[in-house]
Design a protein around this ligand. Structure first.
Ligand SMILES: Cc1cc2nc3c(=O)[nH]c(=O)nc-3n(C[C@H](O)[C@H](O)[C@H](O)COP(=O)(O)OP(=O)(O)OC[C@H]3O[C@@H](n4cnc5c(N)ncnc54)[C@H](O)[C@@H]3O)c2cc1C
Length: 351
């Protein structure tokens, strides 16, 4: 359990994507009075577009928070598994409000690069044991957390509210303007995180486009997919198929420097042909829609105190293609940094 602060400090978190909400949650649990200020709600952020498999894709310099993050997702998946959804007294609202939509799912990582990039394996084995990643012909099979993003963000909002987090929906134009109402600020603004800090040339968009299919029921509505599939067929953009409960998210692309958030027809056709070659069952399932978003990619994830403002400022942005993956580890580090800045303790570690 998080340790509580002897004197609560007022902390403003700028951003209501997965990073801002995770930070807000842990700061509130550590005893701070937390207000999230954002001009886009979670459903309208790039976070809502994420697949999301726990996988450190395009997230440089975040090694220190990888294991911490994975541990928390495994805890959440274990909690979700422990809930008896057949219990008639556990209604749909209980499920949405109380149960994190995270499941441990096994899938296949097709490796085409020589040598394959297995830099992600040591933290997984360290947290989940040797059996979590098994070499097989053509790649590895792994069991990793799958985060059902839209439902997960709704759960995270509910969890923040239950922990006492307040929300304001507006644009912040100056950090110094917050000094009267906050003792510390966390900048979790994603791709725009650097704007409030005098600009940041190291952060840039990497566009990703996805398709969403309906998942079948194994009968008349078509095949039901459960396991995930990733193929490193293109070193710059992996093909992936991430089944959730009702939907399947299929990608992907990685266009560095593109600011275009509109899905493109030719790109969709290319994704479809790669994905159907990988998972032929997709041919039998209806397409629900298309999406495109900008990964907030940076040379290294920025997770540090920034000096030169009227109040302590903590930067937490630039999580690239792995913001969901890194979210809880980032939140725990932010609690430590805020605690150091305002002179109180942070999260006491995982139980
Ligand atoms: C196609 C695609 C697939 C992906 N798949 C995965 C995956 O499988 N696994 C994974 O881990 N990651 C994945 N990602 C990456 C992940 O989505 C991002 O790393 C993550 O969402 C970044 O979260 P964030 O909270 O930093 O930023 P965002 O979600 O962009 O949120 C930024 C927030 O800051 C607010 N804000 C910014 N500036 C201001 C301001 N001045 N005033 C007020 N509010 C402000 C915005 O309103 C918003 O609320 C994927 C990304 C894409 C595009």
């Amino acid at each position: 359990m998080p340790s509580t602060s002897p004197t609560p400090s007022r902390v403003t978190v700028i951003g209501a994507g997965v990073i801002g909400l995770s930070c807000a949650h842990d700061l509130a649990e550590a005893g701070h009075e937390v207000t999230v200020v954002a001009d886009h709600g979670p459903g309208d952020t790039v976070s809502a577009l994420a697949g999301a498999l726990w996988f450190p894709y395009r997230a440089e310099g975040a090694e220190a928070v990888l294991e911490r993050s994975l541990r928390r997702f495994v805890e959440l998946a274990t909690l979700a598994e422990s809930v008896d959804t057949d219990d008639p007294s556990a209604g749909a609202d209980d499920f949405t409000d109380d149960v994190p939509p995270v499941q441990m799912r096994t899938g296949m990582f097709h490796e085409r690069l020589d040598p394959p990039d297995r830099s992600w394996v040591p933290p997984v084995v360290s947290v989940l044991g040797d059996d979590a990643v098994r070499p097989v012909e053509g790649g590895v099979r792994a069991t990793l957390p799958m985060i059902m993003t839209s439902r997960y963000l709704a759960w995270l909002m509910d969890s923040c509210r239950m922990s006492g987090v307040a929300f304001q929906w507006r644009t912040v134009t100056s950090l110094d303007d917050l000094s009267g109402s906050a003792d510390a600020v966390v900048v979790a603004g994603g791709l725009r995180g650097g704007e409030l800090l005098g600009g940041d040339d190291a952060v840039a968009p990497v566009r990703g486009q996805v398709m969403v299919f309906a998942n079948g029921d194994g009968g008349e509505d078509g095949p039901r997919l459960i396991g995930w599939t990733v193929d490193s067929d293109d070193p710059t953009a992996m093909t992936y198929v991430f089944p959730r409960e009702d939907e399947i998210v299929v990608g992907g692309t990685a266009e560095a420097g593109s600011w275009d958030e509109t899905p493109d027809q030719a790109t969709a056709e290319a994704i479809l042909s790669r994905a159907e070659a990988l998972v032929p069952e997709l041919k039998e399932l209806p397409i629900l829609g298309h999406g495109a978003g900008l990964r907030p990619t940076r040379e290294t994830v920025r997770l540090e105190r920034v000096d030169g403002y009227a109040l302590p400022v903590i930067a937490a942005y630039g999580h690239g293609g792995a913001g969901v993956t890194l979210s809880w580890g980032t939140a725990e580090r932010v609690v430590e940094l805020v605690g150091e800045a305002v002179g109180v303790g942070g999260r006491g570690g995982l139980s």
